[in-house]
Design a protein around this ligand. Sequence first.
Ligand code: PMP
Length: 357
Amino acid sequence: MVFAKRIDHLKAYKTETSPAKVKLSSNELPYDLPEELKAKIKEEIAKIPFNRYPDPYATELREILAKLWKVKPENIILGNGSDELIFYLAIAIGENYEAIAYPIPTFPMYRVVADTLGRPVYEVPLNEDLDLDESRFAEILENYKPALMFISYPNNPTGNLFSKEKLNRLRKLVSLMVSDEAYYDFSGESYIEKALDPSENIVVLRTLSKIGLASLRVGALIADENFIKELFKVKLPFNITYPSQVIAKVVLTEGLDFIKWAVKQVISERERLLKELQKMEGIKVFPSKANFFLFKTPFDADTVHKKLLEKGVLIRNVSYLPGLEGCLRVNIGKPEENNIFLETLERVLRELKSSKR
Ligand code: PMP
C-alpha cells in the first residue's frame, strides 16, 4: 500500500445519519435562520465574485467576532470548523513524538487528529462524578510531559464543566492547555481572558456550529497575538470559503437577536427537560451546561436507542464509551420536539418494562 502504516488501523469518521422525524443527535441548534435573514443572505451571496479566492485572513469576519468576544482581530484565527483548528494545534504544538493528553470520554476529534499524525496520546478516565481524576492526570502530566492538553469545556458528551480549581492546578503541569469552548454560549464559562495573556498557557476554541451555523464550518481559536501569528504559518490559505465569510458576517450582525433568543430558548428547555427526565422512574440524568445532556436507562442502551429511532427519534448512543455504560446523549430541540422525545422515551421504557415481566 502507498499509505503510511499509521493510517492502516484508522477508521473514517462516522456520524449517525439515519433519517428521523426528530433529530437530536448532533448538538445542533434546533432553529433554522429566520426568512428575513435568509433573504438578506441571498442578496449578499449574489454579490460574491465566484471566480475569486476568498480573503485568506477573513479580515471583516474576524473584526466582527473580535467585537463580539471583546478581543482584538489579531487574537483570532479561523478554521473550517474548530475541527480544523484542533488539527492545526496537533500539527504545530510540540514535536511529533511528544504526546497529547485529554480526559475520556470526550470529543473524539482529539484522538482522531493525534492518530492521523502518529502522535502518542494519554487518555485519562474521568472519575465517577464525571470530573477530572486530578491525581491520575497530574501523574501523566508530570511523568510523560505531553506537549498539549485538550479540555472540552463543557465536556462533550458528559455536558458538565470540569472543576476550575482542578484545571488551574493541572494546567501548571503542562506547556499548553486548550479550552475547547464549543458550547460556551450555553455555559457562560470561559478561559478567554487567560487566553489573551501571553504569560498564561491557555488558548480557547469557539465555533459558530452550535449557535445556528453548523452548515458554514467556521471555528475560531483565540490566543495572544504572537501565538496566532505562529499558527497562521500552518493554516491553509483559503480555508474559510467566500460564502461562509459572507453569510457569517450577515448573521453575526443582523441576526444577533435571533441567536440570543434561540440560545435562551435552548437553555430554558434544557432545564425543563432535565426536570421532566428526573421524574421518570429508573432514569438517571446528568446535569449539563451545554445544549445536550446524558442520561442512563435501566435497560440496554442499544435497545432503547434503536426503539427510539424506530419511533422517529434519533439521539446519540454513547454507551460504548468508557464509563458511560447504559448512557445515551440527547441534544435540546424545539419545545415540540422535546415533548415528542419525552413521550417516545416514556413509551419505549413502558414497553421494555412490560416485556421484562
Ligand atoms: N469541540 C467540541 C467539544 C465539539 O463537541 C465539537 C462538535 N461536535 C467541535 C469541537 C467541532 O465543532 P466544529 O463544528 O466547529 O468543527
